[in-house]
Design a protein around this ligand. Structure first.
Ligand SMILES: NC(=O)c1ccc[n+]([C@@H]2O[C@H](COP(=O)([O-])OP(=O)(O)OC[C@H]3O[C@@H](n4cnc5c(N)ncnc54)[C@H](OP(=O)(O)O)[C@@H]3O)[C@@H](O)[C@H]2O)c1
Length: 292
């Protein structure tokens, strides 16, 4: 449940990947709550659509063009936000993509793109924003991880690797900046239907022939079934995730991690309680089983 408005401690928010899916829902909720929100993204139509939506409703929300994989683009976007609204007090590193491919054949170029967006992009934006937060001794950095940052499923090796790494750098950063009044928080959602799944299929299309006919076709079939079942049965919406992000901003002090969805909570407990062998047995039973 949302905390009352008078507990608001910060004002200016920059959210990457803020023009679609979970980021867009968070941008709108935070603007509704009175934060001055800058939603960053690459796609000009999505940016224009979100700006028009916010303008019609008189919300304090603007968009900025930013590709988290491009130094110049990040520099320009951060400078633009500062010149309009002053110091960024809350940074939400949300932009992300996911490749679906067996580790035997995943192309190094795709692995690099996976890490460029989900990990190096986070570091790139954070390094532009952090010095000012440190000098002002004030700020909150919220990194969008995943249940996949806790448990690696077969075929999701590239995506999970990027989220495991994001968990690690967030844990290191949290301690590094703890002396400067800055909090670092991880948000860990399970499956929530957004455009993410379609983008992921599109990015992974070079592996489609292997998915249908190659030695990993059983894994693919079972993975797709399990994922479609989880998505179609999912009672969760991007707005549920947005409410958790709002809580992570308002809690004082915030928790290091917030899960979103039951699946994410189960993943956390599975990782704590099951041995590696037991988890492997479960994964092999689930993904390698021949079904009719
Ligand atoms: N949906 C889920 O089930 C789920 C579960 C766990 C974790 N997550 C994580 O939550 C985050 C958001 O996912 P989502 O479901 O909202 O995905 P989405 O609907 O596909 O939105 C992704 C956003 O990231 C932006 N983006 C992608 N590449 C970018 C780049 N290079 N530079 C700047 N922006 C970029 C996209 O905007 P443009 O294309 O316009 O740039 C878009 O706004 C991701 O980090 C994802 O890993 C999602």
């Amino acid at each position: 449940m949302a905390a009352p408005q008078e507990r608001k401690q910060f004002s200016t928010v920059l959210i990457t990947g803020g023009t679609d899916g979970l980021g867009r829902a968070a941008a709108l909720l935070l603007a509704e709550q009175g934060y001055r929100v800058f939603a960053a993204g690459r796609n000009p139509e999505r940016r224009a659509q979100l700006e028009a939506y916010a303008r019609e409703r008189g919300m304090p929300l603007e968009t900025v063009e930013m590709d988290v994989c491009d130094d110049g683009s990040v520099d320009r976007a951060v400078a633009q936000v500062r010149s309009k609204a002053g110091p960024i007090e809350i940074l939400i590193n949300n932009a992300g993509i996911g490749y679906l491919a067996p580790m035997e054949i995943v192309e190094i170029e795709h692995l690099q793109r996976q890490f460029e967006t989900n990990l190096f992009g986070v570091v790139r934006v954070t390094q532009r924003v952090l010095p000012e937060m440190r000098e002002r001794r004030r700020g909150r950095i919220i990194n969008m991880s995943s249940a996949a940052g806790k448990v690696a499923q077969p075929l999701y090796g590239p995506y999970s690797a990027s989220k495991f790494a994001l968990e690690a750098i967030s844990d290191a950063l949290r301690v590094e900046v703890s002396a400067f009044g800055i909090a670092v928080v991880l948000i860990e959602p399970g499956y929530i239907p957004t455009g993410f799944q379609g983008v992921s299929m599109e990015l992974s299309s070079p592996y489609a022939p292997a998915a249908e006919n190659g030695p990993y076709k059983t894994l693919y079939r079972n993975f797709k079934k399990a994922r479609n079942r989880s998505l179609s049965a999912s009672p969760y919406t991007p707005e549920d995730c947005a409410r958790v992000i709002l809580r992570a901003i308002r809690d004082n002090p915030p928790r290091p991690r917030y899960t979103v969805t039951r699946l994410a909570r189960v993943a956390t407990w599975v990782k704590r309680l099951l041995s590696d062998r037991a988890l492997d047995r479960y994964m092999i039973r689930t993904y390698w089983r021949e079904r009719g």
